[in-house]
Unconditional design. Structure first.
Lengths: 262, 348
């Protein structure tokens, strides 16, 4: 016999889902509308606005920039974050407790403040190209995610395994790549995805660091809505959603979504 | 092949805390020596120093005449078996066992052959392609053992290898470790907090406390003739009576403390110094007509005898009485030491 779920509970769950899914449905609908302005429910159906993304050069360029920045910033953050997370866990007893908190600080500082201070100190003060400054800013905001997520998977890693490998004659650095890394693979992939998505979606930091000729997609969306009210922004949003869904689907297939909740 | 491990004046610190204090120990070639003690006594620290995971603040480690003290861990050539087994979760059983051989550049064909032979020896040849996650605790421990043995190290070290196994399996693995160690004649160090385990498996046992070795001897000697009060307490001499000799009459010695006088014979107890501690097991203090006056407390049934908690002028004691004559709590009796279950210790 199945135990029945109380009706009010079902009703509440449905409400929560509607609340969560509603905006997505609206954006989806608006993107397909055959009108020159944003509207919902859509009047007529067309894929014209998706074509428009391609037509408008600024969108095309910023999508490429956004993906480049997200990819490079995530790679850099992992390059810094994995060794940091390793050290924080491996030498947890010897290291002061506040050290691991230090790596989370960028999350606690409002991103607007972070963006502004980077503008003042790096973008204005140095001759670095805009792309490099942008990359630096994004690396900084995604680094905490990398350290946290990789740390979480290192926390359940038995370092005796590493010692076993060393005792069997494997040098420490080689051991890291052949023994430690394969066992925290899930955490590294999760960190990559979280960081990547965070970077692609970032507005606050990019707002300050983008400049003439170099911009990211969210900033371009902002700029576009300021001047036009056509459904292109909705269709770009749909594309972003699809990208996220695709990434999640890959994760679900390869690792199972539950591991993200760990 | 068999080599002696010599530790000389080892001192180690964690931060500013001294965890090992001028420890010297020789593990003779081919012997299995246990480091026995409660947690925090320094036994695991000693093992980690020898393995090279920790640097001593002073002292030297020598294996077969070769100085290991400053050698990096991966060059020490020591087989280690961990409490958590520490198998590589992403490698199969065979890959786990072959790992050490691979690091040594052993050719693939030889590697496969030696791995297979080793797995057969620990009875796991049918599980060669499994991942460690699919094995039971006992099987994992066998893989760990095979992995450490296959590199034919001059020294094997075990860090509480049996504490995660259930009682029956523990006995089985204990015998297996001893058999394999004997067959190879590999010098071995076995860290444990379990006295029975240490005594049953070892040629010699070092009883450790607070970063020092309290006594290093064969299990037989430790069990019968502890050298000091700490070791005596550790091997079950529950009652410690500090006494002073008041009169000597040939072999007969009268010793007393707190108004209690005992007459002991040196033919039974061995030479008795002027000041000493008489250590007895609960079985070594029996209900008698004369001796230490005592008031009986809680009685517990042990199967072969009754054990009593007694209040005496020398403090609380554990004594033993026959099954044929159970006594009630509150009765006043006398307790006499039984020479075979006693030992004479130097004063504290």
């Amino acid at each position: 016999m199945r135990s029945s779920v109380p009706l009010p509970l079902i009703a509440f769950a449905v409400l929560v889902y509607l609340f969560l899914m509603g905006p997505l449905v609206i954006v989806f609908g608006a993107a397909l509308s055959d009108t020159s302005y944003l509207t919902f429910p859509p009047k007529g159906l067309t894929l014209h606005w998706f074509w428009q993304i391609w037509e408008i050069g600024a969108f095309r360029r910023t999508i490429v920039t956004s993906l480049q920045i997200a990819f490079l910033a995530t790679a850099l953050a992992l390059l810094i974050g994995i060794p940091a997370a390793y050290a924080l866990n491996r030498y947890r007893i010897q290291l002061p407790g506040w050290l691991s908190t230090l790596f989370v600080l960028p999350v606690l500082v409002p991103e607007i403040v972070l963006g502004f201070s980077l503008l003042r100190s790096v973008a204005v003060g140095s001759d670095l190209p805009i792309f490099a400054t942008l990359l630096m800013g994004h690396t900084l905001i995604v680094l905490p995610y990398c350290v946290r997520v990789v740390s979480a998977s290192l926390a359940s890693f038995d370092f005796a395994i590493e010692e076993a490998a060393v005792s069997l004659g494997s040098p420490p650095l080689k051991t890291f790549f052949t023994i430690v890394l394969p066992n925290i693979r899930a955490g590294v992939i999760a960190a990559f995805i979280l960081a990547f998505i965070t970077s692609v979606n970032d507005v606050s930091v990019s707002l300050f660091l983008t400049g003439p000729g170099v911009s990211t997609l969210p900033i371009q969306i902002l700029a576009h809505v300021e001047q036009f009210f056509d459904p292109v922004v909705a269709s770009v949003s749909v594309l972003l959603m699809l990208l996220t869904v695709a990434v999640m689907a890959v994760v679900e297939r390869t690792l199972g979504l539950t591991f993200l909740a760990k | 092949m068999t080599q002696a491990l010599i530790l000389e004046h080892l001192t180690a610190h964690y931060g500013t805390t001294k965890v090992l204090d001028d420890l010297s120990l020789t593990v003779p070639a081919g012997e299995l020596v246990s480091l026995l003690g409660a947690s925090g006594c320094g036994k695991t620290t000693t093992l980690r120093l020898v393995a090279g995971f920790l640097d001593p603040t002073a002292g030297t480690i020598t294996l077969g005449g070769k100085d290991l003290t400053r050698l990096p861990a991966h060059k020490r050539d020591i087989g280690l078996v961990f409490q958590s087994y520490a198998l590589f979760p992403h490698l199969t059983v065979a890959e786990n066992v072959a790992f050490g051989l691979k690091q040594r550049g052993v050719a693939t064909a030889v590697r496969t052959k030696r791995t297979a032979a080793m797995l057969a020896r620990v009875g796991l040849d049918h599980l060669a392609d499994r991942l460690p996650g699919a094995l039971s605790g006992g099987q994992r421990q066998r893989v760990a053992l095979a992995r450490a043995l296959v590199i034919e190290p001059p020294l094997l070290m075990f860090d509480e290898p049996l504490s995660n196994l259930d009682a029956r399996l523990r006995l089985e693995m204990r015998a297996e470790i001893r058999t394999l160690q004997r067959a190879n004649g590999t010098t071995s160090v076995f860290v444990t907090h379990d006295q029975e385990e240490a005594f049953s498996i070892s040629d010699r046992v070092a009883i450790m406390h607070a970063g020092r070795i309290m006594q290093f001897d064969t299990p037989e000697t430790l069990y019968q003739c502890p050298a000091n009060a700490f070791v005596a307490g550790f091997v079950g001499f529950e009652n410690l009576l500090p006494l002073a000799v008041t009169a000597r009459d040939g072999a007969q010695v009268t010793a007393s403390a707190n108004g209690v006088a005992l007459t002991l014979s040196q033919t039974d107890f061995g030479a008795i110094p002027d000041h000493f501690t008489l250590a007895t097991r609960p079985e070594g203090l029996v209900l008698a007509d004369k001796g230490i006056p005592a008031r009986l407390g809680l009685r517990t049934y042990l199967g072969r005898a009754y054990q009593y908690v007694c209040d005496t002028p020398l403090g609380q004691m554990l004594a033993t009485g026959p099954l044929t004559a159970p006594r009630e709590p509150g009765q006043t009796v006398h307790l006499a030491p039984e020479p075979a279950q006693c030992c004479i210790l130097p004063p504290e």
